[in-house]
Write a protein that binds this ligand. Sequence first.
Ligand code: ADP
Ligand code: ASP
Ligand code: MG
Length: 414
Amino acid sequence: MALVVQKYGGTSVGSIERIKNVARRVIKTKRQGHQVIVVVSAMAGETDRLLELARQLAPQNRELNERELDVLVASGEQVSIALLAMAIETMGEKACSFLGHQVQVLTDNAHTRARIKKIDSDRIRQALADDRIVVVAGFQGIDERGNITTLGRGGSDTSAVAIAAGLQADVCEIYTDVDGIYTTDPNVCRRARKLARISYDEMLELASQGAKVLQIRSVEFAKKYAIPIHVRSSFSEVEGTLVCKEDKAMEKAIVSGIAYNKNEAKITIHGVPDRPGVAAAIFSAIAERGIVVDMIIQNVSADNSTDLTFTVPKDDFQRSLEIVSGICREIGAENVAGDEHVAKVSIVGIGMRTHANVASRMFAALARENINIQMISTSEIKVSCVVEDKYTELAVRVLHDEFQLDRELAQEEE
Ligand code: ADP
Ligand code: ASP
Ligand code: MG
């Protein structure tokens, strides 16, 4: 008998028919003799619908109370766990649903992006001992003072992996609307190829660069506690992709995947005085408001002033512009310009560590399609370019072809 954690995403529980499909699959696992904990997301579109209701209360970009936002969006998962538990019971198995606070998914108090600190497994274990299928609400937890918290978009993945870690489960399966991790988003590139395995580090980088198939923190958790994640389809039985420790076979891939992110916006400050402390003033003002800056580029100084360009999440764009405009007046910068029509396209691969010409091949491939590169950033295992957003899909496909990711052995050629 194994302890199995299965997570089903929003599309997989998007209708009563689909909830019944999940119930059947979960029951099948139980009847194979296993204990089953199911983590579910809100029904497809529900979290967006709830956030949109809140947005209607916030004219311009007035900040909403994040504690209340969490109370609001956590309700989506309450609906799906109850429906799934009832569906399971109508099919003849015992089930019990739990909200984050009932199984004590203890988090810090960073509302809307909380981190899990501890999971109290007692109640889950009792329900399992009572021969029940345990259905847990993903995405939510509770802080030390009893406030409801949520884990950020896509957070149910992290709930599932954390529960698997906390209860030392034998298997952690993430069921979704694609049948595994592909070389790039299969909904954007027809030639995307499913990977049998991918290392934690590559998956972390792909997720950080926008591949929303797994939330970044779920991969961090899995890596930290050495939990292999099996990503697979809710709608078929085919083997999916194993996210696991790097091994020898994986090292041969130069580029193993391509990710894109349309959720960032670019801010440029012109005529920034070139003196110590200026960058610190700008970026601490932004960080103090909890805004996470991604890429930063500063030009070489001319005439004692320079230009500074950086990207922020689109949701924080207006707020960032306001903050930066205020600071610019204080420090005597010339002006601030914003651009929301940008996207970041990234190539990721462990093999890049040892190959020199990967970045230049990327730039040349984009140039051949006349795609202008606005910003570049690199790390040991990724290269990212910011381009105009209308070129996102084209850039992804061009790069997929350039690095021949549709071919299984292509990466091993060099
Ligand atoms: P869920 O609701 O099940 O959590 P998500 O929408 O969060 O599902 O994630 C699944 C989606 O991730 C897929 O439909 C696909 O469009 C997207 N995706 C992006 N990059 C990849 C990739 N490299 N491999 C597979 N799916 C990807
Ligand atoms: N329902 C949440 C969201 O839409 C959490 C999740 O789906 O993982 O982001
Ligand atoms: Mg998701």
